[in-house]
Design a protein around this ligand. Structure first.
Ligand SMILES: [Zn+2]
Length: 279
């Protein structure tokens, strides 16, 4: 249950492009989470596939007949980059063909945590850029404190890959402009709701063209810090996406409805989602 003050309804159907629903924190009440997403008018979720077990779990979830339409990405997160082996590469190549897999990723570079060595991160990322080029599926990218190398690697592949989104963009103006110059898409989370570290994003979000901007919770992580009520357990979930959209729209100087419609249209095109769905 969400408190009344946290029960939102988006003015138009939303696509949450980054939901880690296979995270253990959702195991006990996933049906209720999906029901709440539906009532909030968050009608399509793109699950985030970060390593083999998560991708397999996501594909199983996608098969269930839920109130909300589920798709997934499939890739190896930079944190797990040292797990990129020839066997994994083979498995990924077949997983990428699955019709519910709408993008390659999450992949990229994370120099903030460096859980895998930078050499391993670049190797795994390069292999996934190659896979995206080969399958012509879009890329779901993660970058933290690695903007320069990221831009460099994408530049080398830009003519071969199709669309790509920098999910949960948190960088500075220069990096944003670098990504937009490469015609990349930008995924925004509730990061800008954080007065301690998201402040710089508030003036930047206006510069992202509507047809390059998508929205996401990145749940269960990144619960917006400025929600109008306290949430017990502090687990983020898709039903809270309308609050993030409201905040982003505010800083872009546009109506919540306008951003809801444009971000969904952009996500539909980007992930090549079937038009028959009601989102
Ligand atoms: Zn990420």
């Amino acid at each position: 249950m969400l408190p009344d003050a946290l029960t939102f309804t988006a003015p138009a159907p939303l696509v949450d492009i980054g939901a880690n629903l296979t995270h253990e924190s959702f195991a006990a009440d996933l049906d209720a989470v999906l029901e709440r997403a539906r009532s909030a008018n968050v009608t399509t979720l793109i699950l985030t596939g970060t390593e083999r077990a998560a991708i397999e779990a996501a594909l199983t979830l996608c098969e269930r007949d839920a109130l909300v339409t589920l798709h997934t990405t499939a890739g190896l997160h930079p944190h797990h980059a040292s797990d990129w082996t020839p066997a994994f590469a083979d498995w990924m190549a077949s997983a990428a063909q699955h019709q519910r897999v709408k993008a390659i990723g999450e992949c990229g570079l994370d120099y903030n945590r460096d859980f895998s060595s930078r050499t391993d991160q670049k190797r795994a990322f390069e292999a996934q850029l190659e896979l995206a080029a080969r399958t012509q599926k879009p890329l779901f990218l993660h970058e933290r404190d690695a903007g320069v190398d990221m831009l460099d690697m994408i530049k080398q592949w830009r003519d071969d890959i199709g669309d790509a989104v920098i999910h949960c963009f948190t960088g500075e103006k220069e990096t944003l402009y670098g990504y937009l110059d490469l015609d990349l898409h930008i995924g925004l989370t509730g990061w800008l709701c954080d007065e301690r570290r998201g402040h710089h994003l508030r003036s930047l979000v206006r510069d992202i063209p509507a047809n390059r901007l998508m929205v996401e919770t990145d749940c269960p992580y990144l619960l917006p810090r400025n929600l109008p009520a306290k949430l017990k357990g502090r687990r983020h979930e898709p039903a809270l996406l309308p609050w993030i959209v409201r905040e982003i729209a505010h800083y872009r100087g546009e109506r919540e409805h306008e951003l809801s419609v444009s971000s969904t249209e952009t996500a539909r095109r980007f992930f090549n989602l079937p038009l028959t769905e009601d989102a």
